[in-house]
Design a protein. Structure first.
Length: 193
């Protein structure tokens, strides 16, 4: 089975992603499915069924505190002269990278470490663009709303490729830790992040 680890997005962010995609529509540009938008933390590729429980157990050992991120800038891979992917970035890169590194570390015995991890949400893949300069300028003119959302879990997802696009199935969810204690003075539980 084909697996990856990702942070899924709430409906508000997915709807905004869809509106962004309307701005970049062009011939030769294949939009991703906005309802399936996510932030990939690690692509595992083909994994044997009997390794699934081991992966779940390793990922369940990861501890992290919930944090907020904002949508940031629009970007492209690899460069303006050869556009293959259009994406929107996220500003709290440090926290996302730290979480990704924890995932890399626990899976290191079975999966190679990611050499270049860049937190982003893919908007489209580009097959060809006739006027690259004009298209690049169009992308530069798009303003991104700094929409904020909370990251408090990540998921192990199975991806089945079909002629109509990939079908995703969430196999497991791994949540952040909430630290709490009982405050005798206020007679209530206090939650700390």
């Amino acid at each position: 089975m084909r697996l990856f680890i990702a942070i899924t997005l709430n409906d508000e962010i997915k709807n905004y992603i869809k509106s962004l995609q309307e701005s970049i529509k062009a011939e030769g540009v294949k939009l991703t499915f906005a309802k399936e938008s996510h932030l990939t933390l690690k692509f595992l590729g083909e994994v044997l069924d009997n390794n699934l429980n081991k992966i779940k157990n390793l990922l369940s050992d990861i501890k992290f505190k919930p944090f907020f991120v904002d949508l940031d800038n629009l970007g492209i891979f690899p460069n303006e002269n050869y556009i293959r992917v259009i994406w929107v970035g996220l500003n709290k890169k440090k926290e996302i990278i730290e979480l990704q590194q924890k995932i890399d570390k626990v899976l290191l015995a079975d999966f190679s470490k990611d050499k270049k991890f860049h937190p982003h949400i893919t908007l489209a893949r580009v097959k060809f663009i006739e006027n690259k300069k004009e298209f690049s300028n169009k992308l530069k003119d798009i303003k991104i709303d700094k929409k904020r959302f909370k990251i408090e879990n990540f998921k192990l997802i199975k991806s089945t490729l079909t002629s109509n696009g990939p079908i995703y199935e969430e196999l497991a969810e791994f949540s952040s830790e909430w630290f709490y204690y009982y405050n005798h003075v206020k007679d209530s539980f206090i939650y700390e992040l």
